[in-house]
Write a protein that binds this ligand. Structure first.
Ligand SMILES: [Fe+2]
Length: 220
């Protein structure tokens, strides 16, 4: 494997492994405050999945000579965790299951394909699990929106777009990684990836029953 590819894909895999751990932490922080036994079970299932995801990435990183090191510094991690801790149940699902898992995975899918078979295999199980995690968020949001009138739905839509934008800005702020350089090393263009993110966002808005069109400023 060419060293430029190994370092680009390896560094991105470090980030994904660290986000698996962050998702695990966010789910465990939310466990005592889950609104129902069913919701708690969904969080516990995700925790089990994130342990598996991290273990797979950790092994792959060992095999390519880039042992896992955290990308998210403790202070940045705590800023994100504190922000999530102040969200209500649906906002939490909007941020983690819809935002990080549902939309973020669209970039991981492209990187996995571009990085080659080792990374594709390493991300195969996480990508399928994260689709399931996102669909749990979609079902919960569909239930919420089915109980609201048009005005209330519009308010929820605005709040959800703000959550997505905030996740995007916090991630950019918290991850000191030259993403664009590594995407380019893998033959990926930032503009294409952003269009992928916007497409996935529209799809998720449509799936939960909201107007899918996005403001021009969204993740521009
Ligand atoms: Fe994961």
């Amino acid at each position: 494997m060419e060293d430029r590819i190994r370092i680009a894909a390896g560094t991105l895999l470090q980030v994904y492994a660290d986000i698996d751990l962050l998702a695990l932490e966010l789910c465990s922080d939310r466990l005592p405050f889950a609104p129902s036994a069913e919701a708690r079970r969904a969080l516990m299932t995700q925790i089990e999945e994130e342990v598996v995801h991290f273990s797979i990435q950790e092994r792959t990183l060992e095999t390519i000579g880039m042992p896992f090191t955290p990308t998210l510094a403790l202070d940045k991690r705590n800023v994100i965790k504190m922000w999530f801790s102040h969200l209500d149940w649906y906002e939490f699902l909007g941020g983690l299951q819809l935002g990080i898992e549902g939309i973020g995975i669209s970039v991981v899918e492209k990187v996995a394909t571009a990085a080659g078979p080792i990374f594709q295999e390493s991300l195969r199980i996480p990508i399928s699990d994260e689709r399931r995690q996102a669909s749990f968020g979609v079902l919960e949001w569909r239930g919420l929106l089915s109980r609201l009138n048009t005005q209330e739905k519009a308010k929820q839509r605005e709040g959800l777009l703000n959550i997505f934008e905030r996740i995007y800005l916090m991630t950019e702020e918290a991850l000191p990684v030259p993403f664009e350089q590594y995407w380019n090393d893998l033959g990926l263009e930032k503009d294409d990836l952003w269009e992928t993110v916007r497409d996935r966002t529209r799809k998720i808005l449509h799936q939960i029953g909201l107007e899918p069109d996005l403001p021009a400023s969204f993740v521009a």
